[in-house]
Design a binder for this molecule. Sequence first.
Ligand SMILES: C[S@@+](CC[C@H](N)C(=O)[O-])C[C@H]1O[C@@H](n2cnc3c(N)ncnc32)[C@H](O)[C@@H]1O
Length: 283
Amino acid sequence: MNYRHAFHAGNFADVLKHVVLALIVRHLNGKPAPWSYLDTHAGCGIYDLAGEQAERTGEWRNGVGRLDGRNLGKAAEAILAPWREVLARVAADHPGARLYPGSPEIVRRMARRDDRLRLCEMHPKDSAALSDAMGRDRRVKVVEIDGWTALGAWLPPRERRGLVLIDPPFEEPGELGRMAEAFSRAYRVWPTGVYALWRPIKDPAETRPFLEALRASGATKLLRIDLLVREPSDPKILSGSGLVVANPPWTLESDLRSGLPEVARALSQGPGAQVVVESIGAA
Ligand SMILES: C[S@@+](CC[C@H](N)C(=O)[O-])C[C@H]1O[C@@H](n2cnc3c(N)ncnc32)[C@H](O)[C@@H]1O
């Protein structure tokens, strides 16, 4: 396990993932019944963008750094709003620091009294950092466990509503296929949960088989959300990222169609920056 998210925190791929995550949690908060959140690959929770690891790559400058202090217009700001709100609260709580909240901290900040977070992180150092970041919050359980195992064992949650984020590091070949298989198994056990599956976009040829494998799960409501910051012409380079959301909130597709193109323009690193938002569920 060589991957450390601290080098990549706040990059353009994190922006897409976390903006969509915050929109989903806002939707879950629209009903009073408690929800559960499972983060299979949770990372450290909070990242120091002025720290050595983040500064070494500087990736955040082409991500959250591009959006800070800018107003992108009404439709884009509407989809950014829940995420920006969390960022503002983190900044207000840590004046003078330049911290970026990862998925666990975004969800924790948005959770209500009876909502519940279960966070899996296998790297011992990152798991310890995550426990520190989550503090003594009784709604949160941090477990140093294989997220794929947790996905097979912990669903459905007792709340019977909630969200699963599957966000592996893609260090090993075949991770997309593994993700599709793991999703299919989880979906069979809990077909009404919301699932968000993150993937890097390097080689566009990988997209079709992955989406076909997800459709084969039988899921009827699947929303594909891709954001490319440049033409994906070199399969060795991360040119974009995508999320597939199963059982998405019903306004997510139209909201993203309206707001995401402007975000992609702000994050563009060359010709070919674009967005795909489409329903791809099995007929
Ligand atoms: C992409 S990062 C997670 C980022 C985080 N979800 C966020 O959005 O802020 C992936 C994390 O998964 C961890 N990891 C790798 N293999 C794992 C496994 N089998 N189970 C749980 N965590 C794992 C890595 O240590 C890394 O911190």
